[in-house]
Design a protein around this ligand. Structure first.
Ligand SMILES: Cc1cc2nc3c(=O)[nH]c(=O)nc-3n(C[C@H](O)[C@H](O)[C@H](O)COP(=O)(O)OP(=O)(O)OC[C@H]3O[C@@H](n4cnc5c(N)ncnc54)[C@H](O)[C@@H]3O)c2cc1C
Length: 433
């Protein structure tokens, strides 16, 4: 796996925990969500400590494509139907404000921030794109319907958002982490109330934010029913054109593209982790067809958590844990929604009202089609006869021949060929030999 963002960049180094500590707020997880929470809480004068199990940014954040946009697929027409215009408008505003906050922060944190319009197109469904443009305009944002894109083929329709952006996620994250109270290589094994237990000591806190990508407390909040993981595959090409925007195919098996520093990034091949899908073949065959002169320089894959209704879970972890909060379910749109999460959770912890908090509250209804799909996958997987079972909740692991890993279709944990833990929610290795 060859990740673009980690190249030619020296990560900052933070010491590991050495003995017991006390803090007002403990953040577990140093990805985009955790670091941004620590950033705003510190700015508000709160005593805050962040515990990261590996190195900051070493989770999903290092494998993002870092497009900063409020254009999250064709979500708004669905959201208006499902939640009403007010909530859909608040989701839009939360993400537009996040783009603006990144723009302001990028003036202090060098991170190759660039203004770019974002676009979404459909090859065959003009009506879908027209509906989405209308929905977004009805929410007060000047999204534009067009049939013109910079791609070398014609499309049925596209929606364009002006004033969106892109950046280098790790340059930003490392800059934002400067001066924060961070312990790296400090893996939280469990929480007892609001005390975190690690191998190096206990961290006693008044409040805790779980920003571990997939929430790791299984007994609370039913996140193992509410989330699955989606894998996605990215290649970066030399000698390919600059598109002047970020752009995505609205189709489920479609690609997404952005440029960075002379490279063209193409992502796609998405599938539920543990299931079969297009993988690298999708962006590679797209590149071969439309940019045959280009050369592949980097290729990586990664995964994100998907919620039951397309909206992240940000807020109290569960009714039984009043001082524990969560930020997860970013649906491959976790740059702006991490920023929204960090503002919501900072306000919540400071006792301030946040207009956007009710949209993302994790205790909203679970009654969606996706719940039954998640339950069906889990039940089917549980009865699959095999000795190779996930150390998380015992699901049958599937061999991923393309990536040489054992993957769990239920919750998305992944292990290397010897059972070494690659991706959570599992907390330890699995026995696969
Ligand atoms: C291929 C791909 C492309 C994407 N492109 C975009 C995009 O263009 N725009 C966009 O907005 N979003 C995008 N996303 C989504 C975005 O990258 C993610 O939503 C975001 O990076 C998630 O950040 P996070 O902080 O939640 O998780 P992470 O970055 O995974 O951070 C969680 C951290 O918690 C640590 N941790 C876990 N368990 C423990 C524990 N018990 N104790 C201590 N530490 C622990 C991990 O080591 C990790 O560092 C993309 C995602 C993928 C997969």
């Amino acid at each position: 796996m060859d990740f673009l963002w980690t190249k030619e960049l020296t990560p900052p180094s933070f010491s590991e925990l050495n003995g017991d500590q006390e803090t007002d707020v403990l953040i577990i997880g140093g990805g985009m969500a955790g670091v941004l929470c620590a950033f705003w809480l510190k700015e508000a004068g709160v005593d805050v400590l962040l515990a990261e199990g590996k190195r900051i940014g070493a989770g999903i954040t290092k494998g993002t494509t870092a497009v900063l946009t409020a254009q999250h697929d064709t979500l708004y027409q669905d959201m208006i139907q499902r939640f009403g215009k007010e909530k859909a408008g608040l989701y839009l505003q939360a993400n537009l404000q996040a783009v603006e906050k990144f723009r302001v922060l990028a003036a202090q944190i060098p991170c190759d921030f660039e203004d770019k319009p974002s676009m979404m197109y459909s090859l065959h469904d003009r009506a879908l794109m027209e509906r989405e443009a209308r929905a977004v305009r009805a929410l007060g944002f000047p999204a534009e319907f067009t049939t013109q894109t910079p791609l070398p083929f014609s499309v049925a329709g596209a929606v364009r958002y002006p004033n969106m952006a892109q950046f280098h996620p790790l340059k930003f994250l490392y800059g934002a982490a400067q001066g924060l109270n961070i312990f790296e290589n400090t893996f939280v094994e469990k929480l007892e109330g609001t005390t975190a237990i690690t191998k190096q000591g206990r961290i006693r806190a008044k409040k805790v934010i779980v920003a571990t990508h997939y929430p790791f407390l299984n007994r609370h909040g039913l996140y193992f029913m509410k989330l699955y993981q989606q894998r996605s595959y990215v290649i970066a090409l030399e000698n390919a054109p600059d598109l002047g925007c970020t752009i995505e195919d609205a189709a489920q098996n479609g690609v997404y593209l952005r440029n960075y520093n002379g490279l063209l990034l193409i992502g796609g091949g998405d599938h539920r982790t543990g299931k079969k899908g297009g993988g690298f073949a999708v962006p590679r065959s797209f590149a071969k067809q439309y940019f045959p002169q280009a050369r592949e320089k980097y290729a990586w894959s990664n995964q994100d958590c998907v919620s039951l209704d397309g909206v992240p879970y940000i807020g109290p972890y569960s009714p039984g844990l009043p001082n524990v909060f969560v930020a997860s379910g970013f649906e491959l749109w976790g740059m702006t929604t991490s920023l929204a999460a960090s503002k919501i959770l900072t306000d919540t912890i400071l006792g301030r009202e946040n207009l956007f908090a009710p949209v993302f509250t994790p205790d909203r209804t679970m009654l969606t089609g996706q719940l039954f799909s998640n339950l069906g996958t889990t039940l089917l997987d549980f009865v699959t006869p095999t000795t190779k079972r996930c150390s998380h909740l015992g699901c049958a692991l599937q061999w991923n021949a393309a990536e040489h890993s054992w993957d769990c279709p239920c919750h998305g944990s992944r292990f290397d060929e010897h059972g070494g833990l690659l991706d959570n929610p599992a907390m330890r290795d699995s026995d696969v030999e």
